[in-house]
Ligand binder design. Sequence first.
Ligand code: FES
Length: 209
Amino acid sequence: MELRGLHNMADTENKNGTNGRRRFLVAATSVAGGIACVAWATPFVMSMMPSERAKAAGAPVEVDISKLEPGMLLAVEWRGKVVWVLKRTPDMLASLAKLEAQLADPKSEREMQPKYAQNTTRSIKPEILITEGVCTHLGCSPIFRRDIAPADLGADWLGGFFCPCHGSKFDLAGRVYKNLPAPTNLIIPPHTYLSESLLLIGADSKEAV
Ligand code: FES
């Protein structure tokens, strides 16, 4: 029997640099092969607790993204790590091409993603980014900063992920900025789509489960 749990998604925003409005979304998720998951929500944070059996098996995680709105971030736990699912807006996608000169590996030539995500958006579907929420320097958890040009990140900040531990920055495709401690882009985990709105994180295809 498959159990369903609730995941919470949170997003602070806004594009003008003021962290005012907050939106929350609850999305149904499950772990393939049996789950027991519990959710709690704080901004940006979702907690999912797979069963011990699922944890031991490193089971893939099914994620319903049907309620994910453009600009919002969903965090999922997979193999003890946070995996982010970001639905990018057209403006977010447009920002990616403007940053290449500032990035260490703008074309994602290093092996930090499956082949199907080795492209300009680092994703299967352009608007949906799936990446580990783990800094590639020493493993801290970066913060989703979608605000444009905030005082602390500079006038050329177009949104992305900021690691508070030692200041590494990643754009909205998880590509790392040059000359900062993190050596590589964020890691894209194996994933596939089971349907238009059902995502499987942890396997490259349904058959691999
Ligand atoms: S752990 Fe992220 S910059 Fe050091």
